[in-house]
Structures are given as C-alpha cells and as structure tokens.
Design a protein around this ligand. Structure first.
Ligand code: 5GP
Length: 185
C-alpha cells in the first residue's frame, strides 16, 4: 500500500498549508519575544518533533542552537503508559541559555513534565514550551506552553512527524485515526 493510499483512508485534520502558516506565525512571535534573550536553544524531543522543529527553527529569524532528546511514553500503543523513559540526552550544556522545547503534541503532559523537571535542574536562563498540537482537556503540566499551534479533540493523530506504530511520520498533513484497522502496517 502506498502512503497516499493509506492517508485516503484517514480523516485529514490539518492541511500542510495550515500547518505552514501557523509555524510562520509561531516563528514570528518567538523572534520578537527572544531578540534580547540569547543564546537561544531549541530542544526537539525525538522522534515525533523532528519535522515540527525543522520547520519552526527556519521560521525563527534569530541565531539559535538545536539539540535533541529522545524520550518515550507510548511504545506502540495509542494511549499514554504513564512511564517516561529517557533514551538519549542533550549533547550540550543549557546553563544560562534561553530554552524552548519544540514539542509535537501534548496529550497527558506526562512526558513533558518529566523533561521539564530534568531540564530545570540544569539552570537554563528560561525554559518554555512550543507545542504544535495540544489536547487541552486532560493534561496537568507544571508550566503552561507559551506557544501553541492547534488545540485538537481527544483523537489519535498521525503525520507530520507523529506516528502510528512507527509509520506515517512522513506525511505533510496531519490526520486523525478513528479506526486503526484500516491501516495495514
Ligand atoms: P503525553 O505524555 O503528553 O501523554 O504524550 C506525549 C507523547 O505521546 C507525544 O510526544 C507523542 O509522541 C505521543 N502522543 C500523544 N498523543 C498522540 C497522538 O495523538 N498521536 C501520536 N502519534 N502520538 C501521540
């Protein structure tokens, strides 16, 4: 099955154009908020955030560094396990830096809370969150995301970096999956 055939079986929630416009908007806000707050470091939690982070950094008109962490809370399931595992840590020190975590999606917020607690102990000058998507109803975050792309209903979404069993990250739009049995991965 081609990727384009798979996505035809899904509901397109947010188009490529809409995502692009929103990221330009977020980039402008960050550029204006951080012009006097340097050095700026964007942290992309792998793997779901890599496409969002790649687009967001190019929408920010400031010098910045990018770093990556890999954490997981989902495995192959469609619901948060509550367990967050750190697989890969940052390469560089963030002490004294203004840090923005570029997150793909906040569902329960468990993953992000663990990350925030960990990063706060490293003495960044500031620590904020930019999340492309948020499911606003149920998370209990220790800090509120400063930048949010879209609030969505409590459906499982894929595409633009977000996966279903490791697949579907490489679509340009975001889709909701109401019935995973239509997917043959
Ligand atoms: P949380 O800890 O906020 O419940 O979930 C965090 C992680 O779970 C996200 O960074 C993302 O990787 C994954 N996740 C949460 N909701 C979804 C979803 O609707 N679709 C996909 N593909 N992943 C999700």
């Amino acid at each position: 099955m081609k990727l384009s055939e798979a996505t035809q079986k899904l509901t397109r929630l947010i188009s490529e154009e809409t995502i692009h416009e929103k990221i330009l908007e977020l980039g402008k806000c960050i550029t204006s908020d951080y012009r006097d707050k340097l050095p700026l470091v964007i942290i992309a939690p792998l793997r779901g955030s890599f496409i969002f982070a790649a687009d967001l950094i190019r929408a920010i008109d400031l010098p910045l560094r990018v770093d990556f962490m890999e954490v997981s809370s989902y495995g192959n399931e469609m619901h948060s396990s509550g367990n967050v595992k750190i697989h890969k840590d940052l390469r560089d020190d963030i002490a004294g830096c203004h840090v923005i975590i570029a997150e793909d999606i906040i569902d329960t917020g468990l993953t992000l809370n663990t990350l925030l607690a960990m990063l706060q102990t490293r003495n960044p000058a500031s620590l904020e969150i930019a999340s492309l998507l948020i499911k606003p109803h149920k998370h209990a975050l220790s800090i509120k995301p400063k930048y949010v792309g879209f609030s969505i209903d409590d459906s499982f979404v894929v595409g633009y970096g977000l996966d279903y069993r490791g697949f579907l990250r490489n679509t340009s739009s975001i889709y909701s999956v109401s019935d995973p049995s239509v997917l043959e991965f």
